[in-house]
Write a protein that binds this ligand. Structure first.
Ligand SMILES: [Ca+2]
Length: 273
């Protein structure tokens, strides 16, 4: 009996380890605020270069921080397939449906700790869920509304994980919203970091951007930032996807790994360079 109690205690400790000191302050926005996060941005002058775009294509014209808010229960009139919140009671909305070439960034820097190591594979994980809602005016690709998510290692600025898509991007299975709006249902991300990431600082940044010509908007919902599995919610979230292991020979030590996507893996993931 005593042995059994001890075992239960050990299991409880493990469970706590995965969530009590997990990475990112207010990662689920359950403080009903953006506390712990930095909101910045400015204006979108258009992406540089030609597709495929990456973080290196992002340009930001200095200006006041773009809009960001916390949303509770409800539906999005432009994206009827998204039910909010994704998990818990609150979800963050980065940028909004107003136009004006606005661009919003959400960011937070934190240290990966042993509490972020998943017992299933003994590697640290970064997990979250996102759902972009972007108007599609069919401008040139570099002028379209877009979203971007990146996790960088602060020490050397290497990209551990990134994902980019502009509205209507070929190969991304956007769903049709109302009018010319397009969206993706919530996508769960599970980025597996190498064991060496423990003790290192990482910076996570999310961008939601209007079109660069000023007449069309775009935003992205995000929730569940942390190392624990993103829980089920009412927001049409998808089950956790399979994990992609870190390549043993990843030269730049690019911690990254990858991603998984919803049922059909809707997006093309890019390794940072
Ligand atoms: Ca939440």
């Amino acid at each position: 009996m005593r042995h059994r109690i001890r075992l239960i205690a050990a299991v409880s400790l493990l469970a706590c380890a995965g969530s009590s000191h997990a990475i990112f302050v207010n990662g689920g926005f359950e403080q009903n605020s953006l506390a712990g996060w930095t909101i910045a941005g400015g204006f979108n002058p258009g992406l540089s270069g030609t597709p495929p775009f990456t973080g290196a294509s992002v340009q930001i014209t200095a200006g006041a921080a773009g809009p960001a808010s916390i949303v509770g229960a409800g539906t999005d009139p432009r994206a009827p397939g998204i039910t909010l919140p994704r998990v818990g009671q609150y979800t963050a909305k980065i940028n909004d449906e107003s136009t004006g070439s606005r661009l919003t960034t959400l960011s937070q820097t934190d240290t990966v700790t042993a509490a972020d190591v998943d017992p299933s594979d003994s590697l640290p994980h970064l997990r979250f869920s996102f759902a972009p809602v972007l108007d599609d005016p069919a401008h040139a690709p570099n002028e379209q509304p877009y979203f971007y998510v990146v996790v960088r290692n602060v020490v050397d600025n290497s990209v551990l994980f990134e994902q980019f898509a502009y509205s209507g991007q070929p190969g991304v299975t956007f769903q049709q919203g109302t009018g010319s709006w397009k969206y993706l249902p919530f996508q769960n991300v599970d980025a597996v970091l190498p064991a060496s990431a423990v003790g290192q600082q990482v910076e996570l940044t999310v961008i939601g951007a209007d079109c660069s010509l000023s007449g069309h908007a775009g935003y992205v919902y995000v929730d569940g930032f942390g190392s624990a599995q993103v829980g089920g919610g009412t927001g049409g979230g998808v089950p956790p996807q399979a994990q992609v292991p870190v390549p043993a020979l990843d030269r730049l030590g690019m911690l990254l790994m990858a991603a998984l996507l919803a049922a059909t893996g809707l997006l093309a993931w890019r390794r940072g360079g």
